[in-house]
Design a protein around this ligand. Structure first.
Ligand SMILES: [Zn+2]
Length: 343
């Protein structure tokens, strides 16, 4: 591998440890998977934002989301940072930029002595009215995920996917259309997409989504008429032909199957993989992802123009190989503990 950095080696500024990426000079971790003294958090998904850290630095929205999920005492002390604001942490400059993944999601740029490392966290390039759009940030080392890092992954237009749902509602007016969607980000984005496609009937939500949906609305994201999907109602026909959104865990405990002739849909980038839809008993797969697909990953790396790429998790090998073919040194970090929660 060629040497590109005249001063500090990037590994001296940030390197992987079992707890996650660690900056020894700033004495902080980024998205640590176990409790640490000081954590910088990219976004509120539970694999990136965990409870029990001493100090947490994150966007206001990410801190609020952590509080909603973990309670008031989710960390020792918190500090909110605005997008674009420069914060010094033990002599290291950090700056958060929008990642376009979920509400409050950020890339974290870490700078010291002219060396710039950008931890992009999870991100996507697709338009999403429920969060700020990804901003390309110039850097020396670009750290990227590769959840969908294989050339087979192309995500279709999400409005086209919602079109399939609306067609199904017309075809099967008696059936409750149950949509599995992750509680943070995906559920709100799906509801918003349904509204933007012209559906204005009430949408019913599982209790696990209530607080996060309320929070999105408080933050100015219109979700229209949403109501609790309370099954205790005496009338079994109450949800006939209705759209009901719940977290994937609720589908595992067969909650969705208690509804009237339920039609099971699932909104996820993984729905591109037929086998996954089949295994999950999904009748209507909706390919809607909060991650980059393969072309978006490549486009982003070209746009950012880093001297080096590190790949955190996902399908690392193909992306590393592609970078090398472009003459960009790249390496997989094999970080563990990051799941596909927000896909
Ligand atoms: Zn995520």
């Amino acid at each position: 591998m060629r040497t590109i950095f005249e001063g500090m080696k990037p590994e001296a500024l940030l390197h992987p440890t079992p707890a996650g990426l660690f900056c020894p000079i700033g004495r902080f971790h980024v998205d640590p998977v176990r409790p640490v003294e000081r954590a910088l958090i990219t976004h509120g998904h539970s694999d990136h934002a965990r409870a029990g850290h001493g100090k947490v630095l994150a966007t206001r929205q990410t801190l609020d989301i952590m509080r909603i999920r973990y309670g008031e005492d989710f960390c020792g002390s918190e500090q909110a940072v605005e997008f674009g604001e420069r914060v010094e942490v033990n002599g290291v400059t950090v700056c958060f930029h929008p990642a376009g993944h979920v509400l409050g999601s950020a890339q974290i740029l870490i700078q010291k002595d002219g060396l710039r490392i950008n931890v992009s966290g999870d991100y996507k390039r697709d338009t999403d009215p429920t969060c700020a759009s990804f901003e390309p940030v110039a850097c020396d080392v670009f750290i990227t995920e590769a959840t969908f890092g294989l050339p087979v992954f192309h995500h279709p237009d999400p409005k086209g996917e919602i079109g399939k749902l609306l067609t199904s509602l017309k075809q099967f007016p008696e059936r409750s259309h149950m949509i599995g969607a992750y509680a943070l980000g995906k559920a709100q984005r799906v509801i918003r997409l349904i509204r933007d496609c012209g559906y204005h009937e009430p949408i019913y939500i599982h209790g696990a989504l209530a607080r996060l949906c309320d929070y999105y609305r408080e933050q100015g994201i219109e979700l229209g008429d949403i109501r609790p999907a309370t099954l205790e109602k005496k009338d079994p026909d109450a949800f006939k032909g209705a759209v009901v959104v719940g977290p994937p865990s609720a589908f595992q405990d067969r909650w969705a199957r208690r509804f009237n002739e339920p039609l099971i849909a699932f909104a996820s980038g993984w729905m591109m993989v037929r086998q996954r839809a089949k295994q999950g008993g999904v009748e209507l797969p909706l390919v809607i992802s909060d991650h980059c697909d393969w072309p978006e990953l490549l486009e982003t790396i070209k746009e950012v123009g880093p001297s080096e790429v590190w790949v955190t998790h996902g399908r690392e090998e193909a992306l590393v190989r592609w970078c090398e073919l472009q003459g960009i040194p790249a390496r997989p970090l094999h970080l563990v503990g990051y799941e596909d929660e927000g896909d």
